[in-house]
Ligand binder design. Structure first.
Ligand code: GLU
Length: 255
């Protein structure tokens, strides 16, 4: 199975912006094992701005564009250093691809991006993708990695997109405000009622929230790809997802 796995900043970093060592180690161990079992994996990873914020000892994520781009430039190095080290421990080679909206909308660039991606997979290399945050401005950026991961999954003709997040899945109401909200396990169709559940909040270091995850669901299910949203606190959950067990919320691809 070819899978795109997206991890958010809240899965990789503590609120301080410093690496969450326990989780990033578990994530790379499980992904290495899933890859060893014969699956193809593409990782879409956030965390550049968050880890840059931590590495530069800033109190919070910068508010201005140049500040965020500087944090991303620092944090992307840290991110890839950690991935190279952690996946290297399990003898996997990683590759960095930094993309932005034009790479998907311009047919020529899209072809190049697909060719590179497919060649890396053929070579058994694990592509790790993020937005090119140092140059992407609001007008030309994809803007959030949930959408980026959906675009990557369609380009890669993946069978499954998994978004690991700080939330367990889609709830019948925002669980921050409604403690009795129910987790929805399966979404067969993106009805207006489901899309209306896209409120909710994002963490202080990352972007996103439920709205961007529902947008990702629209993109991939229309392309015939299932999406699972699950909690990233325990990366071992990926074993259950690969085994097709009922975890998080599964959005079923349109037939
Ligand atoms: N590209 C951003 C980063 O690496 C994250 C965007 C997102 O979290 O959606 O910090």
């Amino acid at each position: 199975m070819r899978m795109v796995i997206k991890v958010g900043t809240s899965t990789l970093a503590h609120a301080s912006g410093r690496l969450n060592i326990r989780r990033s180690e578990a994530l790379c161990r499980v992904l290495s094992d899933v890859k060893n079992a014969g699956h193809e994996i593409i990782l879409v990873s956030s965390g550049a701005i968050g880890l840059g914020t931590g590495k530069m000892n800033l109190k919070e994520r910068p508010q201005d564009m140049a500040g965020r781009q500087a944090a991303a430039a620092v944090g992307q190095c840290e991110l890839m250093y950690q991935y190279d080290r952690l996946f290297g421990h399990y003898s996997h080679t990683v590759a960095q691809m930094l993309l932005t909206a034009d790479d998907f909308s311009n047919p020529e660039r899209r072809t190049h991006l697909e060719n590179t991606l497919f060649r890396l997979l053929e070579l058994g290399i694990l592509p790790i993708i993020n937005e090119n945050d140092t140059v992407a401005t609001d007008e030309i950026s994809v803007g959030d990695n949930d959408t980026l991961s959906a675009l990557v999954a369609t380009c890669a003709q993946a069978e499954l997109l998994v978004i690991l997040s700080d939330i367990e899945g889609l709830y019948s109401a925002d669980p921050h405000d409604h403690p009795d909200a129910q987790l929805i396990h399966r979404v067969e169709a993106l009805t207006p009622e489901i899309l209306a559940l896209g409120g909710g909040s994002a963490s202080s270091l990352g972007t996103g929230g439920m709205a961007t995850k529902l947008r990702a669901a629209q993109i991939v299910t229309a392309a015939g790809i299932d999406l699972v949203i699950a909690a990233g606190q325990n990366p071992e959950i990926l074993y259950d997802i690969v085994d097709g067990k009922d975890v998080g919320t599964r959005f079923i691809a349109a037939k």
